[in-house]
Design a protein around this ligand. Structure first.
Ligand SMILES: Nc1ncnc2c1ncn2[C@@H]1O[C@H](COP(=O)(O)OP(=O)(O)OP(=O)(O)O)[C@@H](O)[C@H]1O
Ligand SMILES: [Mg+2]
Length: 329
C-alpha cells in the first residue's frame, strides 16, 4: 500500500554561475496518513529545502531530481497552476518565518478568509467569515472576533503563529508541513502550539511533517524520525527507537548536544567542527568523516547507504561503533 507522502531519492541543487550547492542529496522518506514524521538535523542539513520541494516552493535556480508523491500523485510533474491549487488545499504550510507569511497591512481574519476564497472552499462571504471564527477557535484562540479584526503587529508572536496555523488548516489539508514552527516562541507558548498540533491531528486526521533541530520537540511529537546530515538521511525509524537507541554516531551526538561551557556555539558535544557547506560536500564518502571519532578508512572511500536496524528503521553507517545486536545480519 502506498503512503500519503512518498519522497523518493530527492535531490536538489542550486546553481548560481559556477557554484553548485548540493542542498539535498538523495532523500527518501514516507509518511502515513494521520502520522507525524520529524525531520531532525543541524542548520544547513537540507531540512527546509526538502520541505520546500514538497510544497513546490524552491524557486527558479533549483535543479530537482527524484520523486515526490502525495496520495499517489506525482507533485514534481505538476505545473505551477496545478501546484498552487494543491498548496493550501491538500498541503498546509507553517513556514520557518511565520511573521513573514502574514501581510502586515491586512487584518488577520481577512487573510484566513482569503485562503478559503482562493481555493473556492466557501463561496459566500458570510459563510467564510463564520468559518474563519471556527478556524481561529480550532487554533486555540479564545477571542476569535477580536483577533480577526487585528493587524499582525497587534498580536503576540504566539497569537500570530496560531493565526498562521488557522490559515494552514483552513481547507482541511491531508498534510501539514511545519518548518521550525515554535523556534521563535517562548517555552510555554511552544508547548501550547505543539499540543495544538496534536489535537488538530487527531481531529482532522492530518499527517504532519515537522522540521526541527530541537530534540525535545522531536521527543514530544514524532511517530517517526528522519535524521539529516549534509543533505542526506543518515538514520530513520520509529521515534522512540531513534531517540532512545540511536544507531548513527551523528544522531547520538545530536541527542547528547547540550549547551556546554568551552564548546563554541554551533558545535555539538563530542562532535567537533561544523557540517560541510552544500557547495563543498563531496560524493563517494561519508560527510561526517572529519568530525567522527568512529570513522575508519572505508568511510572516506564509500558513501554509506541506509541498511536496516534490527529494532526498527535504518542507518547509513557501516561502522559497528554501537552494540552489535542492534544491527541486522
Ligand atoms: N535558494 C538557495 N540557493 C542556494 N543555496 C541554498 C538555497 N536555499 C538553501 N540553500 C542551501 O542549501 C543548504 C540546506 O539549506 P536548508 O535551508 O534546507 O537548511 P536547514 O536544514 O533548513 O537549516 P536551518 O536549521 O538553518 O533552517 C544550505 O547549505 C543552504 O545554504
Ligand atoms: Mg530550515
Amino acid at each position: 500500500m502506498s503512503e500519503l507522502l512518498e519522497i523518493e531519492n530527492l535531490t536538489v541543487d542550486f546553481v548560481a554561475g559556477q557554484r553548485v550547492a548540493h542542498a539535498v542529496r538523495g532523500v527518501t522518506l514516507r509518511l502515513g496518513a494521520g502520522r507525524t514524521t520529524v525531520v531532525l538535523g543541524e542548520s544547513g542539513s537540507g531540512k527546509s529545502v526538502t520541505a520546500r520541494a514538497v510544497m513546490g516552493l524552491l524557486g527558479g535556480g533549483a535543479r530537482v531530481g527524484g520523486a515526490v508523491r502525495l496520495g499517489g500523485e506525482s507533485l514534481l510533474d505538476l505545473n505551477e497552476r496545478a501546484m498552487r491549487s494543491r498548496r493550501g488545499r491538500d498541503i498546509g504550510l507553517v513556514p520557518q518565518d511565520p511573521g513573514g507569511s502574514l501581510d502586515p497591512l491586512r487584518k488577520v481574519g481577512a487573510q484566513v478568509a482569503e485562503v478559503l476564497r482562493a481555493h473556492g472552499v466557501l463561496t459566500s462571504r458570510a459563510a467564510r467569515r463564520e468559518r474563519v471564527m471556527e478556524l481561529l477557535t480550532l487554533a486555540g484562540i479564545r477571542t476569535p472576533e477580536r483577533v480577526a479584526k487585528s493587524y499582525p503587529h497587534e498580536l503576540s508572536g504566539g497569537m500570530r503563529q496560531r493565526v498562521v496555523i488557522a490559515a494552514a488548516i483552513a481547507c482541511g489539508p491531508r498534510l501539514l508541513i511545519a518548518d521550525e514552527p515554535t523556534t521563535a516562541l517562548d517555552m510555554t507558548v511552544q508547548a501550547q502550539i505543539l499540543e495544538l498540533f496534536g489535537s488538530l491531528q487527531r481531529e482532522l486526521d492530518m499527517a504532519i511533517l515537522l522540521v526541527t533541530h530541537d530534540v525535545g520537540v522531536a521527543r514530544l511529537m514524532a511517530s517517526s524520525v528522519v535524521v539529516m546530515y549534509a543533505g542526506r538521511v543518515v538514520e530513520e525509524g520509529p521515534g522512540d527507537r531513534v531517540l532512545d537507541r540511536p544507531a548513527h554516531p551523528y544522531t547520538a551526538a545530536l541527542l547528547g548536544a547540550q549547551p556546554h561551557p568551552g564548546v563554541p556555539r554551533g558545535e555539538l558535544v563530542g562532535l567537533p567542527g561544523l557540517p560541510p557547506s552544500a557547495t563543498t560536500v563531496t560524493e563517494g564518502r561519508c560527510a561526517l568523516v572529519p568530525r567522527c571519532a568512529h570513522a575508519v578508512a572505508e568511510c572516506s572511500t564509500t558513501s554509506p547507504v541506509l541498511e536496516p536496524v534490527t529494532d526498527g528503521g535504518s542507518v547509513a553507517c557501516p561502522v559497528p561503533w554501537t552494540a552489535d545486536e542492534r544491527r541486522v545480519g
